[in-house]
Each structure stands twice: as structure tokens, then as C-alpha cells.
Design a protein around this ligand. Structure first.
Ligand code: SAM
Length: 207
């Protein structure tokens, strides 16, 4: 698939922007959550690999799926992953090229805001997880009150500037409508001054 101008531009500024956010506390959120990853792990929308250093060494395998070719090249160049075998692949969260029940853990961070059909992608995550397998998510979401109105107004701009990112996505409602069990969600704040992406949900669900 060809890389669009929007994807190339996103791949340039996103890792630099996130560097400050990671140092302000986002990395700690990743580390704490990804300690729960087990077995054969699939990360969807892995981006530039900001989660990579936070996976436990004891995994069986880590597969990093990323459709943006420029970000895939950044992923492939990283050397700070876990001791387990790490593979970087092209792909699409809406149609995962994995058999049913073939993965122990799926992880996603700041991905569902960017998807055209997040409900379909959640169904795909559920399908590829083995029964009882874990979905670990960490997503910026629609807030409430004035912030939500602000997010609605700015979403068309943010979509253009940030490769399709919807500032106002209600991820938790989508997750609760999908066939997961044991859903646990913590409402946190992303340590950034960009108000449209501050509300964060971090949690786990089981297939
Ligand atoms: C905001 S970035 C987050 C990157 C990374 N997960 C992180 O935590 O920094 C959103 C990512 O979702 C990816 N993405 C967009 N559409 C996708 C799709 N259909 N399937 C899988 N990933 C997708 C983008 O290429 C990008 O890497």
C-alpha cells in the first residue's frame, strides 16, 4: 500500500511530540500496563514503538502491526524491545490476518481514535484472542462538559493534522458494546498541554 502525505508527515512529528509526553509520565502508564502482557502478543497500530521498551522479556512472541510504512521502518530500527522474538508486520486492525483464537494478548495504545470503524476493529481483536485472552488498551477519549464540546469542534482539524485522529471518540462505550468480559477501566489524564487528548482510559478486557 502507498504511504500518503498525511502518514509521512505524522511519522515525522508524532515521535517528537510524544517524547515529551512519555517523559512526563506516559511511559510509566505503558510500563505498568504492559507488565500484564503474556504469551503470544499482538500490538495493533504500534506506531514508532513507544510501547516496545515496556514489554516483559518473558513473552513467547511479540508481533507489531503497523500500516504506516515510515513508522514500520522506525519500528524495525529499534533495538529496545523485550528479549522475546519481535516481528514487525503491515496490516489493518479492521481485518487482522490472524486465525481465530490465535493470540494470548492484544495491546493497543492511542489507536482507536484513528480507526474508521473502531467497532469492527474491536470485533477483530476479540476474534483473534483465545478465550480468556487479554486485551490491554490505553486510549485518549471523549471527555465531558465543555471539553467534549471543544473536542467535537476540533475533531475535523485534528483528523487532518494527525492522520485521522478523532479527539472525541467514546472508546469505552464501544468497548462495552463489544463481546468482551471482565472489563476494567481506569480514567486517567495524559500528561500533555494539548487539551483535546487529555482524557485517557487505561484498562483490560477478556475475550
Ligand atoms: C496516535 S498513533 C499511536 C501509535 C502508538 N500505538 C503509540 O502508542 O504511540 C496511531 C497509530 O494507529 C495506526 N493506525 C491507523 N490506522 C490503522 C489501522 N487501520 N490499523 C492498524 N493501525 C492503524 C497509525 O498508523 C498510528 O501508528
Amino acid at each position: 500500500m502507498t504511504t500518503t502525505f498525511g502518514q509521512r508527515s505524522f511519522a515525522r512529528w508524532y515521535p517528537r511530540f510524544m517524547d515529551r509526553v512519555e517523559r512526563a509520565g506516559q511511559a510509566e502508564i505503558r510500563r505498568e500496563q504492559l507488565a500484564l502482557a503474556r504469551g503470544r502478543v499482538l500490538e495493533i497500530g504500534a506506531g514508532s514503538g513507544l510501547s516496545l521498551p515496556h514489554y516483559p522479556d518473558e513473552l513467547d512472541e511479540l508481533v507489531l502491526l503497523e500500516p504506516n510504512a515510515v513508522l514500520r521502518a522506525q519500528l524495525a530500527a529499534r533495538t529496545d524491545g523485550p528479549a522475546a522474538p519481535v516481528t514487525v508486520i503491515d496490516g489493518d486492525a479492521h481485518a487482522l490476518d490472524f486465525p481465530d483464537a490465535s493470540v494470548d494478548t492484544v495491546t493497543a495504545s492511542l489507536v482507536f481514535c484513528s480507526l474508521g470503524d473502531p467497532a469492527r476493529a474491536l470485533a477483530e481483536v476479540h476474534r483473534v484472542l483465545r478465550p480468556g485472552g487479554q486485551f490491554l488498551f490505553h486510549e485518549h477519549v471523549r471527555g465531558s462538559g465543555v471539553r467534549a464540546v471543544f473536542q467535537d469542534l476540533l475533531t475535523p482539524v485534528q483528523r487532518r493534522l494527525a492522520d485521522g485522529c478523532h479527539a472525541n471518540r467514546d472508546f469505552e462505550s464501544l468497548l462495552r458494546a463489544a463481546p468482551f468480559t471482565d472489563i476494567e477501566v481506569a480514567a486517567l489524564r495524559m500528561p500533555t498541554r494539548l487539551p483535546t487528548i487529555v482524557p485517557l482510559v487505561v484498562g483490560t478486557a477478556r475475550a
